[in-house]
Design a protein around this ligand. Structure first.
Ligand SMILES: CC(C)(COP(=O)(O)OP(=O)(O)OC[C@H]1O[C@@H](n2cnc3c(N)ncnc32)[C@H](O)[C@@H]1OP(=O)(O)O)[C@@H](O)C(=O)NCCC(=O)NCCS
Length: 161
């Protein structure tokens, strides 16, 4: 994971708040430790994305978590290493999360929050049948820049259809 993040810093750093130039094994270890705690507490489920041909090569991460348990609402996030983008990896990984979210996690609604201008991520949402609902203004800071995010959603009924 450390190597995949380091090799993708330019693209990841454009859209996500956490990658930084000195990202190292300690950062990755902290992420894995937090992930394990979240799994135990059934709050969030982080997955490594691995290829069929080389299962030891880290291709990225995909996660699904509850934003409201009461109303069974979840959210998905993902990143893919830069040298394998454009091959359907994020779409396949997100489709697997939808199957989990609308399947055994019994979610009613799943959202994606995508930085305005992140066209390849918007394309992932579009390919999977999400609906664009609107724009959340200045929700996160990437570097020194406040970033607007589009919110996309998919309902269980739409997924089944
Ligand atoms: C966004 C990201 C996850 C996409 O991963 P990916 O594996 O390349 O996604 P997919 O291949 O499944 O789909 C990407 C689609 O965007 C399209 N695309 C890529 N660059 C594009 C561009 N500049 N303009 C229009 N479409 C573009 C691809 O052609 C593909 O669509 P297609 O299948 O119709 O050809 C990856 O680029 C990434 O990790 N980026 C940095 C982190 C990030 O943005 N994470 C998401 C936060 S919401």
């Amino acid at each position: 994971m450390t190597e995949a993040v380091q090799a993708s810093l330019a693209e990841l750093g454009q859209w996500l708040p956490w990658p930084h130039a000195r990202y190292d094994r300690m950062d990755a270890t902290r992420f894995v430790r937090d992930s394990m705690r979240s799994w135990r507490e059934q709050r969030a489920y982080d997955f490594a994305i691995r290829g069929h041909d080389d299962p030891n090569r880290h291709l990225g991460n995909v996660s699904i978590w509850f934003t409201s348990r009461q109303f069974r609402v979840g959210e998905i996030g993902y990143w893919v290493r830069s040298d394998v983008t454009g091959q359907g990896v994020a779409t396949e990984a997100t489709a697997a999360m939808l199957s989990l979210g609308f399947g055994s996690l019994d979610m009613h609604r799943i959202t994606l929050r995508i930085a305005v201008g992140n066209v390849s991520s918007e394309r992932v949402a579009e390919k999977l049948g999400f609906t664009h609902e609107g724009v959340l203004r200045q929700v996160i800071k990437v570097g020194n820049q406040w970033v607007d995010h589009s919110i996309f959603s998919l309902l269980a009924s739409e997924y089944r259809r």
